[in-house]
Design a protein around this ligand. Structure first.
Ligand SMILES: *[C@@H]1O[C@H](CO)[C@@H](O)[C@H](O)[C@H]1NC(C)=O
Ligand SMILES: *[C@@H]1O[C@H](CO)[C@@H](O)[C@H](O)[C@H]1NC(C)=O
Ligand SMILES: *[C@@H]1O[C@H](CO)[C@@H](O)[C@H](O)[C@H]1NC(C)=O
Length: 448
């Protein structure tokens, strides 16, 4: 047994190859699934750059769903970069959201002996006042995402724990502490979250009495002992690819989900396989899977629970740059272009494979913050002599200036308080001055 690549295929992926007949999958979901797969492979290429010996596990559909929600509120370049990186160009305009809605419905349609659910939620600051109502309406309509108001300013840490608690509940405790300490700050105005959970039983479970300790070859001349499961004498969809120098097998779960495992012929052939793997190569391989009798099928038990990714750097290097900086246009969520930006996108995933089946979970949280934090003060009380200016903001012209040193007490009529254009000699009230050059400017401005 060698290092291998595996894909937990969703029902959609199977339908793409016509191995499942009953459910009619809408065309837009098929297009979206190809887009998601393309995005998944490109993101995988970025994630693997972290080192050859490391395990990788993530949920492409969770990440694209969270970013598709963000897409609802993105405009201009921010929006087109999202479409380009998520490969959504094939779905024009608002069809993107309709496709996600259909996908969401399909993933959450109950099938016997399989648990598959994907849930979305928005956490919005109860202090930020410039949200666009349409964003919430659309998030609910297309993503089934409800909104929960949170006090990110006064209770950042408690809010973080509540969001993590929701994720934990959605994923049957498999994804804990999604948002790390400090991930929510008083500048946070929204967190967009997707959580996905899958539990499937193998159509043909492995018999535990055949599970033995065997070496797993981690590289040329290196190995580590693992628990290897075995199924004797079964028929599997199987393929050999000369182009990829690999072999593939499909292990079905009950229902419409399966795992596809691709194993390179050479012990250290994974890097070469990864280099050649793209949507076309993957589809050719999946299409060539044919029923084959396998006398002994060996497959390792494994559990990956430390997969945690801060996606910002990966997605930025893929071309999703604007949303993470001051050029972000998230004005469909709230405020003006440039007012909001994405702080970070956090992803965490878990998988456990044993004789009975597979349990997998993942979650993605996108934190949106004010580009510049509005500083907070308790109160501002003008209760002493002060200076003031009245200025025209576009030109910066000081139209008026003055000072209040001794305002009239309550109840005293304001007699000759302000005389336009001259300095009062009565210091019981405001002194007001209009610089003559300013008047000239105002007149010129009016004439324009
Ligand atoms: C579902 O699983 C239960 C217990 O594992 C089994 O008795 C039942 O036949 C299964 N149903 C289907 C449709 O596979
Ligand atoms: C597992 O294999 C053992 C040994 O061959 C056999 O006795 C047992 O019945 C098998 N269990 C199942 C559930 O097939
Ligand atoms: C104006 O201010 C001067 C000096 O500050 C003071 O002596 C005078 O009484 C004030 N006049 C009035 C009308 O309050």
């Amino acid at each position: 047994m060698k290092a291998f690549l595996f894909i937990v295929a969703t029902p959609i992926l199977l339908c793409l190859h016509g191995t499942e007949g009953q459910t009619v999958v809408p065309d837009d979901v098929l297009t979206l699934s190809t887009a998601n797969f393309d995005f998944a492979l490109q993101l995988y290429n970025k994630l693997k750059a972290g080192g050859d010996g490391k395990n990788i596990f993530f949920s492409p559909v969770s990440i694209s769903t969270a970013f598709a929600m963000l897409h609802l509120g993105a405009k201009g370049n921010s929006r087109s970069q999202l479409e380009q990186v998520l490969k959504l160009d094939a779905l024009s305009g608002n069809n993107v959201h309709k496709a996600f809605k259909d996908l969401h419905a399909l993933l959450n349609s109950p099938a016997t002996n399989v648990t598959l659910r994907s849930a979305n939620r928005l956490y919005a600051s109860n202090k930020y006042e410039s949200f666009k109502d349409q964003f919430f309406t659309d998030a609910s309509e297309f993503f089934g995402a409800s909104v929960e108001r949170k006090d990110f300013v006064g209770k950042a840490e408690a809010s973080r724990q509540e969001i993590n608690g929701w994720v934990e509940k959605q994923t049957e405790e498999k994804i804990k502490d999604l948002i790390p300490a400090g991930g929510i700050t008083p500048a946070t105005i929204m967190v967009l979250v997707n959580a996905i959970y899958f539990k499937g039983l193998w159509q043909d479970p492995f018999n535990a009495s055949y599970t033995t300790e065997m070496p797993f070859r981690t590289g040329a001349g290196r190995s580590t002992n693992i628990k290897m499961m075995m199924i004797p004498g079964k028929t599997f969809p199987y393929a050999e690819s000369a182009a990829l120098k690999s072999k593939a097998i499909e292990i079905p779960y009950k229902g419409t989900v399966s795992m596809v495992v691709v194993v390179p012929d050479d012990v250290d052939g994974l890097a070469a396989l990864e280099a050649k793997m793209d949507v076309t190569a993957a589809n050719v391989l999946l299409d060539s899977l044919g029923r084959t009798d396998v006398n002994k099928f060996y497959f390792p038990q494994f559990e990956l629970k430390e997969s945690q990714y801060q996606l910002k750097s990966f997605l930025t290097s893929m071309g999703m740059t604007d949303i993470f900086g001051p050029n972000a246009d998230l004005s469909g969520i709230g405020g003006n272009p440039g007012e909001l930006q994405v702080d970070e996108a956090i992803h965490k995933a878990f998988i456990k494979v044993d004789e009975q089946g597979t349990e997998a979970a993942a979650a993605t949280a996108i934190t949106v913050r004010l580009t510049a934090l509005t500083p907070q003060i308790d109160e501002f009380k003008v209760d002493r002599p002060f200076l003031f200016f009245i200025r025209e903001k576009m030109s910066g012209s000081i139209l008026f200036m003055g000072r209040v040193a001794n305002p009239p007490p309550v109840g005293q009529p304001r007699s000759n308080a302000i005389r336009d254009g001259t300095e009062t000699d009565d210091n019981s009230s405001a002194a007001i001055l209009v610089p003559s050059w300013t008047l000239l400017l105002v007149i010129m401005w009016r004439m324009l």
